[in-house]
Design a protein around this ligand. Structure first.
Ligand code: GUN
Length: 282
């Protein structure tokens, strides 16, 4: 078994981002909107703020309690779209249930859409055109596979979970890398026959121990995107790590696998949007 160390790869991505940022007099601006009560989101957002500050970015976090209205978020998005100091806008998902998530995503200027969630960016990605930004977790996973020189082209890759945040954009990116992609989900029949035949399995469901040892063929690459907090406080992925680690060719731990790569990609995307916007002004 070879352990994939996401923390190390993320660190080297962040070092390069920091170095590139130093070249500029102006600094990239990242605005984050947090409008939910989810503990995991709060942890993510705090960590995004800490890391963006450590890179010298100007970050602003807008935190809302559950009395926030759709109108209030819409006017904030308009304001951020117009603000030249803000290069990147992130709306942490999920939002409070009473808010219309899709309407909010579609109001973000696609040129400032650091998550690549706007239909313009999703559409460009699926057409094989360059989006302004590529979704952070899928981008981080591809970087992780490449950092470990894991072959993607021609390989059978099984993606489990069809979310707009991970499964769907990841399938598009892997297709662009010439993988043969199967996208499985909660209605998929006989998941085990698919996992047994995959060269690479990427699970993003949030169901602890969905992937068990009997489902894995020796040498398979196993990437775990799931992250669930147990009642004990322990963070676990979708994969039964202890039982699978000696069967898999490569495996990511939770935490310390994909998670740090998501944040590293977010910082890289913020810098890229800043560079694109400065270039347009020249
Ligand atoms: N919630 C879980 N993952 C993400 C992400 O990558 N971006 C945003 N905006 N919200 C999320």
């Amino acid at each position: 078994m070879k352990l994939i160390n996401g923390k190390n790869v993320a660190k080297s991505v962040l070092e390069k981002v920091k170095e590139r940022t130093l070249k500029y007099e102006k600094k990239p601006g990242l605005a984050v909107i947090l409008a939910n009560n989810d503990e995991a989101s709060k942890i993510y957002v705090n960590s995004k703020e800490k890391i963006s500050n450590s890179l010298g970015f100007k970050s602003s976090i807008y935190r809302f309690d559950k009395t926030v209205t759709q109108g209030k978020i819409i006017s904030l998005i308009h304001e951020l779209n117009e603000n030249p100091e803000v290069n990147a806008i992130l709306v942490q998902l999920p939002l409070y249930k009473h808010l219309d998530q899709q309407q909010i995503i579609e109001l973000i200027d696609p040129k400032k859409d650091v998550d690549g969630f706007h239909p313009i960016n999703v559409g460009r990605l699926n057409c094989g055109l360059k989006p302004y930004a590529v979704c952070c977790t899928p981008k981080g996973i591809i970087k992780l596979l490449k950092a470990y020189k894991i072959k993607i082209s021609g390989q059978s890759v099984l993606v489990i979970g069809r979310s707009n945040i991970v499964g769907k954009p990841l399938s598009a990116l892997l297709t662009l890398e010439d993988a043969t992609v199967t996208l499985a989900h909660s209605k998929t029949k006989n998941l085990k026959s698919l996992t047994k035949n995959a060269d690479i399995i990427i699970s993003a469901t949030g169901h602890p121990k969905l992937i068990t040892a009997d489902m894995i063929t020796k040498g398979t690459v196993v990437i775990d995107v799931g992250i669930t907090r147990q009642l004990t406080g322990e963070l676990v992925g979708d994969v039964d790590f202890e039982k699978i680690k000696d069967i898999a060719g490569y495996i990511t731990p939770v935490p310390g696998g994909v998670g740090p790569m998501t944040i590293a990609s977010l910082m890289e995307n913020t810098l890229e949007l800043f560079e694109q916007q400065n270039k347009r002004q020249e």
